[in-house]
Ligand binder design. Structure first.
Ligand code: ZN
Length: 154
């Protein structure tokens, strides 16, 4: 059996030190969109001959509240997705990767095995469905005849 430590180490490298992103272009873009939308709404009121100041202020406030709610919703969805991925990853780490031969054609396959549920696979070579049985054996622990510290090279 081979454990998934190499997979874990590669994931840890991917998550190390997220890159800093310059927020100013994003803020400027957001202010630009808010100004354009508010300007368009205010333009309608100016053309209609109605006082434009209050609609402009309301438009800006509604957009800020709307964008805040929208980004909170996106953050919520992201957090939910990350939690689901973490749960799935934790479940995957309970499995061990096993290299096992097909019972019919002896082609070896790598299969993740969870000891709490039956593991099956369909052989890519012969197409037969296989089921993996795991047997656990015990052995007696013995002391080595020669201890490493007493061995000397002459
Ligand atoms: Zn096979």
């Amino acid at each position: 059996m081979i454990n998934t430590s190499s997979k874990l180490s590669s994931l840890m490298e991917d998550n190390a030190a997220p890159k800093e992103e310059n927020p100013y272009p994003k803020i400027a873009k957001s202010i630009f969109y808010t100004a354009v939308i508010s300007g368009a709404i205010t333009g309608i009121f100016i053309i209609g001959g109605i006082n434009w100041f209050i609609p402009f202020c309301v438009s800006v406030i509604v957009q800020i509240i709307g964008w805040t709610l929208w980004h909170s919703f996106l953050d919520f969805l992201t957090a939910k997705h990350v939690t689901e991925m973490d749960t799935q990853l934790a479940l995957d780490y309970t499995k061990h990767l096993c290299i096992t031969p097909c019972a019919k054609c002896k082609k070896t396959v790598k299969m993740p095995i969870n000891l709490n549920e039956p593991s099956t696979f369909k052989c890519e070579k012969c197409g037969e469905k296989n089921r993996i049985y795991v047997s656990i054996e015990t052995v007696l622990v013995t002391d080595p005849l020669i201890e490493k510290s007493k061995v000397s090279i002459t």
